[in-house]
Design a protein. Structure first.
Lengths: 284, 233
């Protein structure tokens, strides 16, 4: 069990706010941490790692990491941290990066096997691709057999097909070691595939917390599907109005009445949903 | 010309060289932890320490020479102490040159090292802390190997700058042959007595040596920047 109860005033791009998190996480859980940028996700991760100060308490199993009088140094917390930019040591080969943490050769070999990196063990990080680097970073984080694995948007710098592949590897590692994991992510499919719990932060506080399916599903009532998008424009064509909405990477046109057109503002975030018919799914 | 070369006194060059080697060695040992501290600290003292470190760049050598002379001469507390306790004189000998050079060349050692440490990806250092490694181990095994160009620059520029030192040395060392008469001082004296032939030879040697040193730094840095891009055999 991990008990988190921390407070920290933050001064970000959006002005001042109080990061105020009260949370319990079960041993072996895979938690996805989501929320708009500036909501305090990375700061929470850094506080857990001991890289940033905060007031409150942190308790991991029976060990106190933080209370009023005491803060355990990052060196002693036994955590794994995966940075968005990998942060590998360029002067060491892949294998040396892992063995730098602990001289546990069998573990290093096992990790490299799981992530298909055995062939690259002697290579220097700068000769690797982004996906390979992030795998090395993941293996390195697992080397001290962490009590808590923290992933700060580990896959956001990679292209989508690579992402899916690496998600599989993160999952494989989680199954193998059953490490309690907290991952910052913006990608719903990633959160759905990997996590058993999704926590959404907004303005420094938890605004949603539950199973991935419940938190991520946007439909209400009898809606078949519902997408969030940005209203780009409303164009008048003859007697009707057409709203142009950007959903993900695509543009969608929806017919709206005059009354609706008046109540909508360009630039607003809107929900597009339908009911009363069954959507067709065809392979694209 | 050949005659002049055969009778050339090499002592001043050797002295300059010896002085530069000792100064560089001392400064490197002191400045490495100091530069690391400056690069990592969030202390309010940092700008003050940085300003003091940079002073020798802007101060006229005569000002530095004067203060060093004033604080180390036998009439001063420090000078008297060293003379009474260790029997060492701190001015007008080789020891005084080393002390003066260490002050004079300090920023040339500290600044490249500090810049090097500051340019390191902070996440990389944090990854090392999280892996359980102390700040000391992190500096030695992660920071240092990744700032080789900065280390090389610091060492060579400090060395070259010490070779090129003149004002401070003249003030606190004078021009005692074999003891404090380094190459730059020797050239000054040749010009003073209008022995332009010797002055030319000495100056020419200094010019070529300085150029080659700097060329070495730039060639090395260029090759270092490409190094980590290559695949290890």
């Amino acid at each position: 069990m991990i008990k988190i109860d921390i407070k920290k005033p933050l001064h970000g791009a959006l002005g001042s706010m109080l990061l105020n998190i009260d949370l319990e996480i079960k041993q072996g859980d895979f938690v996805a941490l989501s929320g708009v940028s500036g909501s305090g996700k990375t700061t929470l991760l850094r506080i857990l790692a001991g890289l940033e100060e905060a007031t409150g308490t942190l308790q991991i199993q029976n060990e106190i990491w933080l209370n009023e009088k005491f803060s355990l140094s990052p060196q002693k917390r036994k955590i794994g941290f995966v940075f968005q930019d990998y942060a590998l040591f360029p002067n060491m080969s892949v294998e040396e990066n892992l063995l730098y943490v602990t001289k546990n050769k069998p573990l290093a070999k096992k990790l490299l096997d799981i992530t298909n990196l055995t062939q690259l063990a002697k290579r220097l990080p700068n000769s690797l691709s982004g996906g390979q680097k992030q795998r090395v970073s993941l293996c390195r984080a697992m080397m001290n057999q962490p009590k808590l694995l923290l992933l700060d948007e580990p896959l956001s710098a990679l292209d989508p097909s690579l992402r899916t592949k690496l998600q599989g590897e993160i999952l494989a590692l989680h199954k193998e070691f059953n490490t309690t994991t907290i991952m910052v992510s913006h990608d719903p499919s990633e959160m759905y595939r990997l996590s058993n719990r999704v926590i959404v932060l907004g303005n420094g506080e938890i605004i949603d917390d539950g199973e991935a399916k419940d938190v991520l599903l946007k439909t209400k009532g009898s809606q078949k599907f519902s997408f969030e998008g940005e209203l780009l424009d409303i164009v008048k064509v003859d007697v009707i109005n057409i709203a142009i909405i950007s959903i993900g990477q695509q543009l969608v046109e929806v017919v709206v009445s005059n009354l609706e057109a008046k109540s909508l503002k360009i630039g607003e975030v809107v929900n597009v949903s339908t009911k009363a018919f069954t959507p067709n799914i065809v392979q694209s | 010309m050949i005659e002049t070369l055969q009778t050339l006194e090499w002592h001043p060059f050797l002295l300059s060289f010896k002085l530069a080697v000792i100064t560089t060695f001392i400064l490197f040992s002191i400045c490495l932890p100091f530069a690391w501290y400056l690069s990592q600290t969030k202390s309010k003292l940092k700008p003050i320490l940085e300003a003091i470190t940079a002073l020798p760049i802007v101060l006229p050598p005569s000002v530095m020479g004067f203060y060093i002379l004033w604080s180390l001469s036998q009439n001063s507390v420090i000078g008297q102490f060293f003379n009474d306790v260790f029997g060492i004189k701190l001015v007008f000998n080789f020891t005084s040159l080393v002390i003066g050079s260490c002050f004079y060349s300090l920023p040339f050692m500290v600044q490249p090292l500090q810049n090097g440490f500051q340019s390191i990806n902070k996440n990389m250092l944090e990854a090392s802390y999280v892996a359980g490694k102390s700040k000391y181990v992190t500096m030695l095994r992660v920071a240092l190997p990744n700032i080789k160009p900065a280390i090389m620059t610091a060492i060579i520029i400090t060395f070259a700058h010490t070779i090129g030192e003149f004002g401070v040395i003249l003030m606190i060392g004078g021009s005692i042959p074999g003891e404090t008469k380094v190459a730059s001082v020797a050239i000054y004296e040749f010009v003073e007595v209008m022995d332009y032939a010797q002055a030319h030879i000495y100056s020419g040697i200094m010019l070529v040596m300085s150029f080659l040193t700097l060329l070495g730094v730039y060639v090395f840095n260029r090759s270092q920047n490409n190094k980590f891009m290559r695949v290890q055999p």
